[in-house]
Design a protein around this ligand. Structure first.
Ligand code: 2P0
Length: 323
């Protein structure tokens, strides 16, 4: 009753922000993302009737603040398979946790895949994505590799998540500019709920989501980089705008975030194949055509306030690596 799985973070190009139903962790909008390759979460799980409780370590240390969410994830399996004993879960990230690199996405994707194998539950990828989504909305997308879409079911019963194009089909590169390694002040979940409750722009955010999803889906199908750039930057800035307009406003950026965006816009104006996106933290992700990656990485690395740049390609979905 043990297994180890890996999963990669993903970066949303059309953003998830807001919940239709908090109790079911049902997103208010669909989203489209790319799964990365070089950043990895590795999660091992061992079920043992001799354990008196569920245990969780992150990067080798007990993580009591995360234990509740891990237990809730295990309980989703217990609801399907009565009699599942307590578990010991150990998760290791190859990148800074809680710094805007979607560690909850890769973390819960790896966890559900490891638990499924350890319990021999035999769930398919769509079912695994639905379980991961209930733990963390973005985690559903890390079940799959390449370009991924999370769609809301029209009847409100849940989501359908799946790949829309394989990584090898359109091998974009991603340069992540780390502008701060500190954990963010307000997490995504709290930030979304605060935005829903207080931002006057929230209805407009919801009303324009389907158009963005359709445009991004089409751009991915056509491998149209300029079209994907336009809709992705729009979705990103719109997500931050709806959060800025909350009361009090949410500001996830720092000065270097803005400097990175400006520099990437200059490069794009000069004909370099690059666009930006920013999530609920100050890091900037530059999505590049393959030939542009080196130049973009060099340009971001020399900006004041950029502590480090990470390079990634597009990667595969969550998978078992050991039993
Ligand atoms: C995204 N984010 O689409 C957006 C953009 C952050 C900014 O999905 O509450 O940590 O656990 O479902 O999965 C982060 O959301 O939120 C996220 P919960 P999660 O990538």
């Amino acid at each position: 009753m043990h297994a180890t799985a890996v999963a990669h973070p993903n970066i949303a190009l059309v953003k998830y922000w807001g919940k239709a139903d908090e109790s079911r962790n049902l997103p208010a909008v669909g989203s489209i993302s790319i799964t990365l390759d070089t950043l990895v979460t590795t999660t091992s799980v061992r079920f043992d009737p001799a354990l008196g409780e569920d245990r969780f370590t992150l990067d080798g240390r007990p993580a009591p603040d995360q234990l509740e969410r891990v237990r809730a994830c295990l309980d989703l399996f217990r609801a399907r398979l009565p009699g599942v004993p307590h578990a010991e879960v150990a998760s290791v990230n190859s990148f800074p946790t809680a710094a805007g690199l979607a560690s909850s996405a890769s973390g819960f994707a790896a966890l559900v895949v490891a638990v499924d194998r350890a319990l021999e539950a035999g769930l398919d990828r769509a079912e695994l994505a639905e379980l991961a989504r209930q733990c963390s909305g973005s985690a559903a997308r890390s079940i799959f590799g390449g370009f991924v879409e999370l769609r809301l079911r029209p009847d409100g019963s849940g989501c359908d998540t799946g790949q829309i194009r394989a990584a090898a089909d359109w091998p974009l590169q991603v340069v992540v500019a780390i502008t701060s390694a500190e954990a963010k002040a307000i997490g995504s979940t709290a930030g979304m709920l605060h935005t829903e409750r207080t931002s006057p722009y929230y209805p407009a955010w919801l009303a324009t989501s389907k158009t963005d999803l359709a445009a991004a889906r089409q751009a991915v199908e056509d491998r149209d980089f300029a079209a994907l750039a336009a809709v992705s930057e729009h979705s990103c800035l719109k997500m931050h705008a709806v959060a800025f307009a909350a009361r009090p406003g949410l500001l996830y950026w720092n000065g270097a975030t803005v400097e990175c965006i400006r520099r990437l816009r200059e490069l794009a104006s000069a004909g370099v194949g690059v666009f930006f996106t920013v999530d609920a933290g100050p890091q900037v992700k530059a999505i590049c055509l393959p030939e542009a990656g080196d130049r973009v990485a060099d340009a971001l690395a020399e900006l004041p306030g950029v502590a480090k740049v990470l390079r990634c390609g597009l990667g595969e979905g969550a998978r078992v690596v050991g039993v």
